[in-house]
Design a protein around this ligand. Structure first.
Ligand code: PXG
Length: 473
């Protein structure tokens, strides 16, 4: 039996600095079920409690400053501590904190944001459907895509093709679209008529082929799947321009143009999940512009508000928007928080910051290329088998031996070991198996990139020392 803990223990002694970290950790374990977490293990080590952020740094309850190379969770694009965003939220909160967009009503920030998104989106995107998160955005995609084909008089077109190791969220449809076996294993997923093909991961699957040869081959898996199913059953293909949670899998340049050709050939809708890649992360407003595709639908979330408040949605291209509107019928879908005025007000201000500070151009022409040069040079480290970057996303692969290539056994959990050293050195990287990944805020400077690379290198050295002491190499 757990000892009884005060239901609101985060008050008094623990609520202000200096924090009583142990008490906070106990209270955390007593009541808070974290997402995607082994709670027994967490209770043993205790959560790291983040209390404050400024720019690209966060501080924990012990007073440690940590360089947040993950932008929170791929979202704090403009960095922490932006007064303009707090002010925008406050102004809206005291004017109109909530009103719904059902039943023929609307609100000023939602109208403003819809227009702003239509302006910055690729050509042909003039409509937006708002949700509260990326997962809800992808649930919306599933219903909207199937509704589209019903309206076209082709109700048999139901199947959505995605990729293994993709991440599209955690709701029933989001996790089904995602290609994570561990998620499918819980809750009876995937839901019907969602299927997966190989991910375009050259390092893993492309032995003996150049990246471009492999990119064409990986795209051909879509063609094969369509043949197998019969094209008149296929509704859409969905993919992240660069797979994020799957480990920052940067596809070969030949991949996306080939996917576009296949979708065009079969009249299949192309969905670009830009929850991570949108809002400047790849040096364009949307990642599809960098990859050279013309999607029909774009899912967004995260960077639209820089994560300051929850907001997601779907940008709806001409073809689908026209069908939905011209039908003259209700699309029976929506959320209480669709077009939430506070979230939309923050998004409008966030986009204004990105434009004012030219963050998209900055990623494309300045800090993006600089990150690529500095990050890819980490490949000279004895533990690093490959290092690559695309915009403000980058990944390195930890290997046991470089030539001949030998990988660490999966059960050693090399990534988690390395992640511990990163945290200890004052930088957050995310571990996905043997891949160590980053997605820093777009406001990061060259000097801060230098600082980040030095911290990563130091942590890699510590990991190597640790690995040797354990006899793993
Ligand atoms: N699509 C993509 C491409 C995402 O990265 C979602 C949809 C779902 O968004 P919401 O807002 O419902 O979480 C995401 C979310 C990780 C990690 O482990 C990544 C995400 C979420 C949680 C963990 O890197 N991305």
């Amino acid at each position: 039996m757990h000892a009884r803990i005060d239901p609101a223990p985060v008050s008094g002694a623990t609520a202000t600095p200096p924090y009583d970290t142990r008490a906070l950790q106990a209270a955390d374990s007593a009541h808070y079920l974290h997402p995607a977490t082994d709670h027994k293990a967490l209770a043993e080590i205790g959560a790291r409690i983040i209390v404050r952020g400024d720019g690209i740094y966060v501080w924990d309850s012990e007073g440690n400053r940590i360089l947040d190379a993950m932008s929170g969770l791929w979202c704090v694009n403009v960095g922490y501590g932006r007064r303009e965003l707090a002010d925008a939220a406050y102004r809206q909160l005291i004017t109109l904190p909530f009103y719904n967009s059902f039943f023929n009503t609307s609100n000023l920030p939602a109208i403003s944001l819809a227009g702003t998104l239509a302006r910055i989106a690729p050509p042909g995107f003039n409509h937006v459907f708002f949700t509260g998160s990326g997962s809800e955005g992808n649930d919306t995609i599933v219903r909207m895509v199937r509704r589209y084909w019903d309206l076209q008089g082709q109700p048999r077109r139901k199947v959505i093709i995605s990729r293994r190791n993709a991440y599209h969220g955690s709701t029933m449809a989001g996790a089904s679209l995602g290609g994570m076996d561990a998620m499918h294993a819980q809750g009876g997923l995937p839901i019907p008529d969602i299927t997966h093909i190989e991910q375009p991961y050259h390092f893993e699957n492309g032995a003996g082929l150049t990246p471009d040869e492999y990119g064409v081959l990986a795209a051909h898996r879509l063609e094969e799947k369509i043949q197998e199913l019969s094209a008149d059953r296929v509704a859409a293909f969905i993919g992240e321009p660069v797979q994020g949670a799957g480990g920052v899998i940067i596809p070969p340049a030949s991949y996306w143009p080939q996917i576009q050709r296949i979708c065009d050939r079969h009249g299949i809708l192309l969905v670009s999940d830009e929850v991570i890649c949108g809002f400047g992360r790849l040096g364009h407003w949307f990642g599809c512009e960098r990859m050279g595709t013309r999607p029909d639908l774009i899912t967004f979330a995260k960077g639209v508000t820089s994560g300051y408040v929850p907001l997601g949605g779907v940008l709806v291209g001409e073809r689908v928007a026209k069908a939905l509107i011209d039908s003259g019928e209700e699309f029976t879908h929506g959320f209480t928080y669709s077009g939430h005025p506070v979230a939309c007000a923050v998004a409008v201000e966030n986009i204004a910051i990105i434009e004012r500070e030219k963050l998209v151009e900055r990623v494309r022409e300045d800090v993006g290329p600089y990150l690529k040069q500095r990050f890819e040079a980490l490949a000279d480290h004895p533990l690093v088998g490959q290092a690559e970057a695309c915009g403000m996303m980058a990944a390195l692969v930890l290997v046991k031996n470089k030539r001949p290539l030998e990988r660490f056994a999966e059960d050693l959990k090399i990534g988690l070991l390395c992640r511990g050293h990163m945290f200890g050195s004052g930088v957050v990287m995310r571990a996905v198996g043997e891949r160590m990944i980053i997605a820093p805020p777009l406001v990061i400077t060259r000097t801060q990139i230098d600082e980040m690379i030095a911290l990563i290198r130091r942590s890699l050295d510590l990991t190597l020392k640790d690995v040797k002491a354990r006899g793993w190499v």
